[in-house]
Design a protein around this ligand. Sequence first.
Ligand SMILES: Nc1ncnc2c1ncn2[C@@H]1O[C@H](COP(=O)(O)OP(=O)(O)OP(=O)(O)O)[C@@H](O)[C@H]1O
Length: 620
Amino acid sequence: MAKKEFKAEVDKLLKLIIHSLYSHNEIFLRELISNAGDALDKMKFLNLTDEAFKHEQFEGRIDIYLNEKEKSLIISDNGIGMDENDLNENLGKIAHSGTKLFAEKLTGDAQKDSNLIGQFGVGFYSVFMVAHNVEVISRKAGSDKAFKWTSDGQSGYTVEDAQRDAHGTTIICHLNDEHVEYAQQYRVTSLIEKYSNFIAFPIFLHYEEQEYTPEGEEPKPATMVEKQANSAKAIWKRSKSELSQEEYNDFYQTLSGESEEPLFHMHTQAEGSLEYTTLFYIPAKAPYDLYRADYRPGVKLYVKRVFITDDDKELLPIYLRFIRGVIDSEDLPLNVSREILQQNRILTNIKGASVKKILTEIKKLASDNPTKFEQFVEHYNRPMKEGLYSDFVNKADLLEIVRFKSTNDESAWTSLAQYKERMNSEQKSIYYLCGDNAEAVRHNPLVQAYKKRGFEVLLLSDEMDQMVMPMVQDYQGIALKAINKADADDGIFDDAKDEEAIQAVEGVAEKLKEALGDRVKEVRLSARLDDAPSAVVSSDDDMSLQMSRMFQMMGQEAPEVQPILEINPKHALVQSVAKSEDKELIADYAILLLDGAYLAEGAPLKEPARFSQLMFKYIK
Ligand SMILES: Nc1ncnc2c1ncn2[C@@H]1O[C@H](COP(=O)(O)OP(=O)(O)OP(=O)(O)O)[C@@H](O)[C@H]1O
């Protein structure tokens, strides 16, 4: 029998798992039971939907046999099983992601890191933390052949023919001397309670029990006992009133593999025209893969308690991809094909109602529990903004949930409702400015000018804001305006118009436009620049300057936006240009005014050397 090498990465991964999670090695049992549960889910599905398997009276179960003397733990399921090819594919190489990413995510805290192995689909290998040899005997449903996979977790593995009476998988773990505790009944029972209580199939423990014999009497022979160790009930089907917070949290941990408690849960049992149950959780922290294209979806779909899929990214809208939980429908057909799920009207309705429910509950959290809501904002404000971009149906709710930094209190978050409360009576619009970084936005001359006049400005420095904010347009009928767009003046600065100063610089705009040529669309006098000599803004129908830069940075085609240069007639630099007929001086000052305005925004300059040369020339 030829011995096969593990695929290169498995070898490294095994070492990593064994070393990094060693102090938390008990999780191996959670992983093995969860795999058995998955295999039973698949079998149950076949049994209910596939003609070839319908004849079987299927009762899914997991059996765990403990033998302290032999130092062994055997876990057996009557699930879908594996054939020779499956054994090679599934246990010979890594299922989903690579070792490198896994290694990068390790924090050094075994408890926390143990969450990772489930997320990375490498759970099976954790068995080698406690066993020096593992045999997997499996027979795939529909086949009459069984195979045995054997490995010491170090030097590769073998696969050979074997015997098994029916479909399913048996995993024999030969425990290391220091891990005999995993062959002890009380230890294994408490682990099942901790990690696997909500597996929807019964788990039976088999162990030897020695009856107590009073002193002096002949000890009775030990007997084998079989005992169910879990509740095996779909928790979401139980009534809300009979469930404790602890049970909800425990189920979350089983479902997500997280050891931390969730931020909160939402349990809905809908009856009437559409019958379904949903149990959703918001994790306390954003999942590590929230911003990865290959993120793992967190919601499982069941039909009448039969597991259908956990790999459908569209059970909820993509922006809610951090939600963990279960959707169980009474109305969907069991054999609903995974491909047509998306077009299914029943599922579309459940999805629509679920989104509404989730957003309503998040809004409620804001008023009922500000501390938790703040935690929510820290982790999920960004996905909520994605929602503003993609989910128009729920725009009103999302606008109540997203939070912003603002000039009112730069260290706190504000809602649009709070902003609206603070608006003064003459204020016509809600003002905001997007920029490349928080510092630059805060110090932008336009922001300073609005702030000085008592108008609050939302300060937005997330790349995404540039895309999202123009889509918002209004909040409860009040327009949202970017202050670096030409129309955001709103007449606020009319009283600052100094006719005398304007007359004194007559012709200056034309002179500067001539000097700058195509670099600007227009040069115009502005009353909204207090101390700054100039600012760049874009016209209302143009893409914002930052957005155009962002597209260029992402290597995408974006029209070169010509800015409007606003200049301050009361500023000495502008007045000097007005007075001068010296072409060279006008050309130099024009560049200083334009590039200086870009710099104040935190934007990169096209010719930084030229700017710095001019700056030193005039300082001198
Ligand atoms: N008891 C079992 N019955 C049938 N197949 C199994 C069993 N245990 C493991 N497998 C197969 O081996 C694969 C690898 O298991 P492993 O625990 O390493 O990762 P995973 O289950 O895919 O991911 P995760 O641990 O996150 O659920 C599984 O996906 C499954 O196909």
